[in-house]
Design a binder for this molecule. Structure first.
Ligand SMILES: *Cc1c(COP(=O)(O)O)cnc(C)c1O
Length: 488
């Protein structure tokens, strides 16, 4: 069994095994004709159930054959141009190479004595990101597992910063007074964070959005004022730079003004919109982000990185101390004096992947402009898609795209019952998924069911969008036809 340990004596086995795996994936990518096979849970589950984990095959090749059957054949392939559903991107090759290297070396980024150079590479990428944002000389941050964790950490820092020195602060009982402001199109992880931070979900004040799906700052000002009048403590405003549903960007400069006026922590959730940090043409769409106290970026959404790759950035490095704990065995206090860089001092995680290497390889091979150009392309594709939808009488489209998302709904001329239209759209999404021809997402707007394209693949063409719209219309019409038969 020792032959399976990766070390100086097993490099040939390592090379062969990994190469075999790469060959399988390459063959798969070269031949997938649709993003999905449409396999059902009922069809797939027994194949996995029948495998006895206590009876190993002892043969890599056989295991890869088996994997074909239980995973590779029916996986959802984000690289396919007709995968248009969620915020998943096709990945760039330098990042995949980074992934292979980081798993094999297996550095853990919690302490210097588990990573050495990895720590410095991560720090340099954090500095690179904060410079792109414009957070200033004292900025810092750390890689995280994703936007959810980044938002949680940012709000933890905001909570701790909101506490000390406040008049009448009465310890834990006063936690109930803290309020977080986010738009109704903000991400659900804000509420989850409020819950985890002991504030309760009701601590999140939902600020309305306009028709453009951006936070209404007049309403934000009103809510902040009311909060103060009620003797409550505004803890943070979460501005979303790229809402998950619409890609809309809250008016960051106006939000920053209000945060300054009320002395509130400004967090910018740029999990999606961070791609603009590398954009060659559209960087100005997130102007104002440089005024944030903290920022969430998901490189695994708009930098074409494999999951996971994300970071939380802060204007004032000192605020990261709220996540610092010293353990004798790992990162004793004296190491701070000895200037040993232990990233665990800044992180909610302990053992932590060297995800930063993927971004490093990407920037070193392609450069930031290379990534930015790809992101610009999908933003431009979204504009083309919007024009198609706006000109198509079969569809109602919600809002002109700022990033790369389109929200729309099939509206048959002959049907007026909105509930029936809801059912037709829901059916079309399901039927399309079951066919495997394309994958689209869905959401609700004004209580009604809509469909959604999240465009993150520069290989997707306007003709793909047109073809998928025809497929959706076909499924919806079929549903309505059968529905009529049922009624008569
Ligand atoms: C995706 C997303 C998140 C959550 O990020 P994960 O990486 O999925 O944890 C948070 N905020 C916004 C706006 C997002 O789009």
């Amino acid at each position: 069994m020792r032959s399976h340990l990766l070390n100086d004596t097993t490099t040939e086995h390592y090379r062969r095994s990994v190469t075999e795996g790469i060959e399988r994936v390459a063959a798969k990518l070269a031949t997938t004709v649709s993003p999905f096979t449409g396999v059902t849970v009922d069809a797939l589950a027994p194949r996995i159930d029948e495998i006895d984990l206590d009876k190993p095959l002892h043969d890599t090749e056989a295991v890869l054959d088996e994997l074909e059957d239980v995973y590779l054949r029916d996986a959802i392939y984000f690289h396919h141009p007709r995968y248009l559903a969620h915020l998943n991107c096709p990945v760039v090759i330098p990042a995949v190479l980074g992934e292979a290297i980081l798993s094999a070396v297996n550095s853990s980024l919690d302490t210097w004595d588990q990573s050495a150079g990895g720590t410095l590479i991560e720090r340099k990428l954090i500095d690179w990101t904060t410079a792109r944002i414009g957070l200033g000389e004292n900025a810092d941050g750390v890689f995280t597992s994703g936007g959810t964790q980044s938002n949680l950490q940012a709000l933890l820092l905001a909570r701790e910063e909101a506490k000390p020195g406040r008049d009448g602060w009465e310890g834990p009982a006063s936690l109930a007074k803290l309020r977080i402001f986010a738009s109704e199109a903000g991400h659900f992880s804000v509420k989850k964070s409020a819950q985890l931070l002991g504030l309760g979900q009701d601590a999140v004040v939902c600020v309305p959005v306009g028709a453009d799906k951006r936070m209404q700052t007049v309403a934000l000002a009103r809510e902040l004022e009311r909060c103060k009048q009620d003797g409550l403590v505004p803890m943070a405003v979460v501005a979303t730079a790229g809402t998950t549903d619409f890609g809309s960007i809250d008016p960051l400069p106006e939000v920053a003004e209000l945060c300054e006026q009320y002395g509130v922590w400004m967090h910018v959730d740029a999990a999606y919109g961070c791609g603009l940090l590398a954009s060659v043409k559209y960087r100005d769409r997130i102007d104002g982000i440089e005024r944030a106290d903290s920022v969430t970026v998901d490189y695994h959404k708009s930098f074409f990185q494999p999951v996971s790759s994300s970071a939380v950035l802060v204007r004032d490095a000192a605020t990261l101390r709220h996540a610092t704990y010293h353990a004798e065995y790992l990162n004793p206090r004296r190491m701070v004096q000895e200037r040993i860089p232990n990233q665990v001092d800044k992180s909610l995680q302990t053992t932590r992947r060297f995800d930063a290497l993927k971004l490093w390889m990407t920037l070193r091979v392609m450069g930031a402009d290379g990534i930015g150009q790809l992101f610009d392309e999908v933003c431009e594709l979204a504009v083309e898609g919007w024009k198609l939808l706006a000109a198509d009488p079969r569809y109602d489209v919600v809002v002109e795209p700022t990033l790369s998302t389109l929200v729309f709904r099939y509206i048959p001329a002959a049907v007026t019952d909105p509930a029936e239209i809801d059912r037709a759209n829901l059916y079309a999404r399901k039927a399309l998924f079951a066919s495997g021809d394309a994958i689209v997402a869905g959401t609700k707007v004004g209580g009604r069911h809509y469909l959604k394209f999240t465009l993150l693949n520069p290989e997707t063409q306007a003709s793909d969008i047109a073809a998928v719209l025809d497929l959706i219309a076909g499924h919806a019409e079929q549903y309505l036809g059968e529905s009529l038969d049922r009624a008569s």
